[in-house]
Design a protein around this ligand. Structure first.
Ligand SMILES: NC(=O)c1ccc[n+]([C@@H]2O[C@H](COP(=O)([O-])OP(=O)(O)OC[C@H]3O[C@@H](n4cnc5c(N)ncnc54)[C@H](O)[C@@H]3O)[C@@H](O)[C@H]2O)c1
Length: 297
């Protein structure tokens, strides 16, 4: 039987802080396929996440098909806006949500992974994080600082992670990130430079696939996911409308679930996708193929 088999592999899923987003669903799918999973969580969300886990608030969503519970081998603090701790400004380092976390930078996470699991600790890295402080502002009104912050957290973070983690990957390593079609078509309301950041993420996926593929033998892909009412997406303010619009107008009219995206991610991370790199894979019930809204009969 042909199946997704990730037994013996370790995945790092960066961008999990609750059970409502794509990162959690992907972590679960990777575990269903047999991988062990560590996560990287944004320090401001870390305590809430640990509390939810401890108090059993996610037990229902942690149930695997085997009946066992999804376990995170480790939960690391990660602020992907910083490649090294030295880059983080003093007010962040001294902030109460950050200061007891040690080195929360990309480099800090890589160093901890090596200390915990050895020189080649990883097979899979999922980048499932984004942040645009001015996402509610139209691009036209976005400040330089807001635009660059969106780019830094949501796009450059992938460049820094592929650079730092590629040498830590075992053979046939795979990177997957999450993008959104606002990179290529106008989505009113998806502002603050987030559309620009997603365009950069998709372009960088191609270039990184080439460069890191040649240098380290890793694959780099991105999934262009349809709208999902996750915590991050709720910050946009119109996510329910976006979900409803897509289900009305997409070729497939069932509402897209995080699991749809998670299964595609598990496939892309698996040996079954060994010929796929540099790709933007749409997982959006086909909405990207439409050129006009469906007319009411
Ligand atoms: N929800 C959607 O409609 C949708 C559609 C397409 C693509 N995506 C993408 O999917 C990915 C996951 O988002 P989601 O919607 O599942 O929401 P989510 O809230 O589950 O995930 C976003 C995560 O990013 C983390 N984060 C923010 N800034 C960070 C930083 N500087 N360093 C580390 N972590 C940081 C947040 O704490 C959160 O855990 C994002 O890249 C998002 O743009 C989402």
């Amino acid at each position: 039987m042909l199946k997704i088999d990730l037994a013996g592999k370790r995945a790092l899923v960066a961008g999990v802080a609750d059970d409502g987003g794509y990162g959690f669903a992907i972590a679960k799918a990777l575990a269903e396929a047999g991988a062990s999973v560590v996560v990287g969580t944004w320090p401001p969300a870390l305590n809430i996440f640990l509390n939810l886990l401890e108090r059993g608030k996610m037990d229902e969503s942690r149930k695997l098909s085997s009946g066992a519970m999804l376990q995170f081998e480790k939960i690391y603090p990660l602020d992907a806006a910083f490649t090294t701790l030295a880059e983080a400004p003093a007010d962040i380092r001294e902030n109460k949500r950050y200061k007891d976390n040690g080195d929360f930078s990309i480099d800090g996470l890589a160093t901890r992974l090596v200390a915990d699991f050895g020189e080649r600790p990883l097979d899979i890295l999922v980048h499932s994080l984004a942040n645009g402080p001015e996402v509610k502002k139209p691009l036209l009104e976005t400040s330089r600082a807001g635009y660059l912050a969106a780019m830094s957290a949501s796009a450059y973070s992938l460049v820094a992670m592929v650079h730092r983690f590629s040498p830590l990957m075992r053979p046939n390593g795979s990177f997957v990130s999450l993008t959104y079609m606002a990179s290529e078509k106008v989505i009113p309301g998806y502002g603050g430079g987030m559309s620009s950041a997603k365009a950069a993420l998709e372009s960088d996926t191609r270039v990184l696939a080439y460069e890191a593929g040649r240098a380290h033998g890793v694959r780099v892909n991105t999934i262009s996911a349809g709208p999902l009412a996750s915590r991050a997406a709720s910050a946009i303010g119109i996510i329910e409308k976006m979900v409803e619009y897509v289900s009305k107008n997409a070729p497939m009219t069932e509402v897209l679930t995080a699991k749809d995206v998670a299964h595609a991610a598990a496939f892309l991370c698996s040996p079954l996708a060994s010929g796929i790199t540099g790709t933007t894979l749409y997982v959006d019930k086909g909405y990207h193929a439409m050129g006009m809204a469906v007319q009411d009969p």
